[in-house]
Ligand binder design. Structure first.
Ligand SMILES: [Zn+2]
Ligand SMILES: [Zn+2]
Length: 294
């Protein structure tokens, strides 16, 4: 198999793009996909201050690495969830990466606010994952605004976006579909949010991280029972195997055909939290409630 771009021996085949690449050309392709996502959706420019939500996993460290290589001003924010045997390992990987690139890292300890994830887990009866997601989003937004960043970037890839879209369509979660986009504009109390990796797959990201020798955390969160999305991803990969290009078609089709109609129709009736001002559907946001405000 020869490289589509330079005709040297190829190392990676990408059926959905009808292409094969040698190492150098794959890295070029990958960076191009990210650059294209940023440009097409006007995510940010070289004068913006970008804050990246970093977990220590392969996607967020890949995103950080690419944005630095593309010459953007991109700092990292790590939220220490306080989960034994998991959070410290992740923190170590993130700190090591930041140091190796001479990049700025902000770290937040949820335990300092009395809402580490194990503490939260003891307070509630339902699975902690969705609440953990809410707490993380809250802090990413709050720290970003407080420190003067223009935009918050997350490492969601095409597989994350497609499995989420698939789930939202299966259950017709209209309010989630309205907000499913590679870019969400800022509004009062909310930073602009972007997903520059939305055009690349989980496989692409793994290959990139491997070629670049990125050292990331690959143990799963002990509380994570993310089984539903894993099942969707598995089935979507089977469909992709028989019909390469289906995933990107499904997602791009949604963005082009349905998302604009839904965004026009959007009914934004969010309140502001009485304690902290964060947008919420009730009087007090879920994080302030966890902190003990009623
Ligand atoms: Zn090549
Ligand atoms: Zn609040």
């Amino acid at each position: 198999m020869k490289c589509t771009r330079c005709k040297k021996e190829a190392e990676v085949e990408l059926k959905s793009h009808n292409a094969a690449f040698c190492r150098d050309c794959f890295l070029h392709f990958f960076e191009n996909q990210v650059a294209k996502a940023i440009k097409t959706h006007k995510m940010f420019s070289k004068t913006d201050r970008v804050l990246i939500a970093v977990s220590g996993g392969k996607d967020s460290l890949t995103l950080w690495n690419v944005l630095l290589d593309l010459g953007y001003e991109a700092d990292g924010l790590f939220i220490n969830l306080g989960i034994d045997g998991f959070s410290e390992v992740a923190k170590g990987k993130v700190e090591k990466f930041a140091q190796s690139r001479g990049a700025k890292l902000i770290t937040v300890n949820l335990a300092d606010d009395g809402i580490s994830i194990p503490e939260v887990k003891n307070k509630i009866r339902r699975p902690v994952c969705s609440l953990c997601g809410q707490v993380k989003r809250y802090y990413f937004n709050m720290i970003g605004l407080k420190n003067g960043y223009n935009v918050l970037a997350t490492g969601h890839n095409l597989d994350d976006e497609v499995s989420r879209l698939f789930s939202n369509v299966l259950h017709w979660n209209m309010e989630y579909l309205e907000d499913q986009s590679p870019v969400l504009p800022d509004e009062e109390g909310l930073l602009k949010k972007v997903k520059p990796l939305y055009r690349v797959t989980e496989f692409d990201t793994s290959v990139y991280a491997f070629f670049k020798g990125l050292d990331f955390v690959d143990i799963e969160c002990p509380f994570s029972k993310g089984a539903t999305f894993t099942v969707y991803k598995k089935h979507l990969n089977q469909i992709e195997f028989f019909s390469p290009g289906t995933k990107i078609d499904f997602y791009q089709g949604f963005l082009k055909k349905l998302q604009p109609i839904m965004a026009d129709d959007k009914n934004d009736s969010k309140n502001r939290c009485k304690i902290c001002g964060y947008p919420t559907f009730s009087d007090i946001c879920s994080v302030c409630r966890l902190k003990g405000y009623r």
